[in-house]
Design a protein around this ligand. Sequence first.
Ligand SMILES: [Mg+2]
Length: 283
Amino acid sequence: MQTGLLIDMDGVIYRGSQLIPGADRFIAALKRERIPFMFLTNNSQRTRRDVATKLERMGIQVGEKHIFTCAIATAQYLAARKPQGTAYVIGEGGLLHALHRNGYSIVDHSPDFVVVGEGRTITLDVLERAVNMIMDGAKLIATNLDPNCPTINGTRPGCGATVAYLEAVTGIKAFGVGKPSPIMMRAARKELGLATSQTVMVGDTMDTDILGGVQMGYRTVLTLTGTTKREDLDQYAFGPDVVIDSIADMEDPLSFFAHSLPQGNREDDTVSSLSEWREKQLA
Ligand SMILES: [Mg+2]
């Protein structure tokens, strides 16, 4: 059976601008073996092309079709929820680009949605405007709810912190789209053309990557090169299917699938043919 991978980047493939040893060989093997894969990031700042360029500079050549961001998930969701809508955006290029591509207009008064991503240009003035729009009925959408992001210098406040600020002022809860939301987890799988039982999520963060995968019925692989230590696992009621020390443990993906990964549960697959499903019910 075909197996494909959704792969988190920061803490799995690289840390800061440093490639994690073995990541290049892992990606080369995925390409050689024609294993479907998609990089998933909860950073809405960059476009697909920006992310591909960042990877390229670290020595990993992948096309834009292998990149899926929470900005894209958010824009696709909003386009389905309200086609040709309007948004006030607290965020940067990746989010603006994704919204435009999905038929959205960016406005600075009376928007349908206030959409929050990461950015370094947030001011009290921007937040105050957003607050008043939300109070006037605009819906609050978070590209992700990550409270912070580890950097080489320490910690960067995340999109979730900005969202928490807006929630505290308005008393209105945001709707989050990025990992672990099933919206992003499912959209990425569909873009890869995989069934649930064929999908494996590889990540370093329990509350986003692993939780998201578990909720979708994907198999999950936790790598210990990022935010989670082995002893942290005790604090969680849910857990990954497999724990690896580093992505180097997956350098031979076919052998990893055969020997270290449990079988996918086909009972979890979406019904793709209604007539097939009816037949099964009658049998
Ligand atoms: Mg990560």
